[in-house]
Design a protein around this ligand. Sequence first.
Ligand code: XIL
Length: 385
Amino acid sequence: MRYKLSRSTHAPSRRRFLAAGLAALGAGGLRSALVRAAEAPALRKLAAEKGLIYGTTIAATQITGDPPFVDLVRHEAGLVVAENEMKWQVMNRGGPEEDDYGPADTIANFASVNELVLRGHNLLWYHRTPNWYFDLADRQQQERAVIDHIQQLAGRYRGKIHSWDVVNEPIEPKDGRPGGLRNAVFFETLGPEYLDLAYHAARDADPKALLVVNEYDIELDAPEQEARRSALLHLLERMRRSGTPVDAVGIQAHLTAAGGRPFSAPLLRKFLAELAGLGLTIQITELDVTDENVPADVTVRDRVVADTYGRFLDAALDEPAVKMVVTWGLSDRHSWIVRRETHQTKWRTDDAVPRPLPFDADLEPKPAFDAIAGAFAHAPERAPG
Ligand code: XIL
């Protein structure tokens, strides 16, 4: 049976949270605090008060098929990103120039009608490249295909996208290539310059969008993640030096509540400061927390997941260059972890349904919601970016 957090379980912590906020304010701030307290503490509002944008993934089928979830997204999120619909392989119908923009347009229109910020995810990802691309004979054809794709996709949404993940996951030191770059299909033929080609093409196609390098497994205190961090820093330094347009770095932050690599707040702060030192904006782009290795008991799992969110965000938000937090979904009803869409066949070894996101499958807030709300409330204010 699926556990449902009752309102009464949730309410005291929310009251505590609001009371703490009121106590922290002087008389001048009291009125606006009371106004705020009358509303639910939507994550988007708590984030905005600190100069942050909070957002979530959405899918076109959710927009058309799950109105209660969509209401929750509208209430909580200031930004949406297509979970899959803008990925090249997903939109491609089998040949060059055969992209179906329908589902991506559904999401772009949803953002526009609801005045939500729109992220673009992504222009190139080795893992979601159409099959026909792998058959292209030579360098020239591959270059043309990359440029055409970026011109068409980024060009279609020109002026509407806040930030584009131009190349997703370019780093993999284990591949043994120079600079720790991933031996992606683009790298094989075009070499490291594929990155420069892609970022220049994206800048030309949509000059106002922030151009992002988005990467995973760079948050934790483990030698292999250190290698990934150092390769990423090296790449970003090189791009900045050579005038390749890159504005931001995306920290995916797919976290594990227990049994994973250790988390070190000082280490994360140091890494974020190094990225900020390159003049880059930082975005947390795919935050979620798996609960494998935590006992099945829901109360325990929710607490450990919430702690993981809280510790990570408290450290990350200390860095003023962090301007955005996106969770990879909003409710456990729609999570890739629950759907088990991964190379791992299972996230848990028992039959318990994972609970990785701030709202449960019944759209009720969980302790993870309180942890995120609390982290936003405690975060230092920053200039929006
Ligand atoms: C995932 C989606 O959530 C799944 O639905 C899909 O099957 C695979 O991709 N890093 C990324 C995201 O950059 O695009 C991935 O999204 C999760 C890992």
